[in-house]
Ligand binder design. Structure first.
Ligand code: SF4
Ligand code: SF4
Length: 289
């Protein structure tokens, strides 16, 4: 790590960088690799003491418990994580980070938050007079716990809209709130008693199926016609390792373990198979090792 930091500074032609993030603390094992006494943080802290790094943080695609564990080490000053209007599972981690005065950056709210740069017509209609991307950005930016958003533009033009909205950090306008409430009402109506409420009580599944995430993608596909996003994310199960853990819905063996744990009494195996048929899409190559 000491060598990597030295070489990076040389390539950047800088004596000091503002923020260094340990990328991809996705598992408890990663956390210990980074932070135990033999881990890379020793070199990072030495570089910080030498004035080469001002702030140290981490990015994560991991589970809530891993993120909370990393924050609890008090070794990081900022976190870059998944948290969106359509995925609020990590709220506890956001609050924990805020309580420690950490910077909270949001990973790719346009893409990972729902492929909102080409939204389905149903979603566009529900968000009017706003674009889904606008509501997604504003919902995050108005939150005092959120420091900023990480965007991944493929070309300069894709920065225009994020920069227009970047300073709009005031509370939601009543029109924005109405549109967000409309989304929730529509989901309740459309999904009825098949809606997964993302409590995660059904886990663990002995087959390693990521039940809540699969049913979240189903919620979005059924309520907002987010079929393309659902196929994109569902297609990552079993192909992206710790970057997107869990097995596909068709791995369910009907063991029944999850059923009594679901407070909504959802027919989980049936919904998993239905979602698999709905979102399995074409076969795709493995994304990461
Ligand atoms: S019934 Fe299916 S989804 Fe539920 S715990 Fe068993 S294998 Fe997992
Ligand atoms: S327990 Fe039921 S409502 Fe909660 S995440 Fe699992 S399937 Fe969804």
């Amino acid at each position: 790590m000491a060598q990597q930091i030295a070489e990076s500074l040389e390539r950047l032609q800088l004596d000091q960088i503002d923020c260094l993030a340990i990328h991809g603390i996705n598992t408890i094992e990663h956390l210990s690799w980074a932070t135990d006494s033999q881990g890379c943080m020793a070199a990072v802290k030495a570089a910080q003491a030498a004035g080469q790094i001002r702030h140290v943080g981490f990015s994560t695609h991991g589970a809530l418990e891993v993120i909370e564990g990393a924050i609890a080490t008090h070794q990081f000053e900022f976190v870059n994580l998944h948290y969106y209007l359509f995925f609020q599972r990590h709220r506890r981690a956001v609050d924990l980070a805020r309580a420690q005065d950490m910077g909270v950056f949001i990973i790719s709210p346009g893409d990972k938050g729902g492929q909102l740069y080409h939204p389905p017509e149903t979603l566009r209609t529900l968000c009017k007079p706003f674009e889904p991307l606008h509501l997604s950005y504003r919902w995050l930016l108005q939150d005092p716990a959120i420091t900023t958003l990480s965007v991944g533009p493929a070309n300069p033009a894709e920065l225009i809209y994020p920069l227009q909205v970047a300073d709009q950090t005031g509370v939601l306008t009543s029109a924005e709130q109405v549109a967000i409430d409309r989304l929730a009402t529509h989901a309740n109506t459309t999904l009825g008693n098949s809606q997964c409420h993302q409590c995660y009580a059904c886990l663990p599944c002995p087959e390693g199926i990521n039940i809540p995430e699969i049913l979240r993608l189903r919620n979005l596909a059924v309520a907002y016609d987010m079929q393309s996003f659902g196929e994109y994310r569902y297609g990552m199960f079993e192909r992206a390792g710790h970057w997107f853990p869990g097995r596909r819905g068709d791995r369910c063996t009907d063991c029944g373990d999850c059923l009594p744990r679901c407070p909504s009494q959802l027919p989980i195996p049936d919904l998993l198979r239905e979602t698999h048929d709905r979102l399995k899409g074409p076969e795709r190559r493995r994304l990461w090792g």
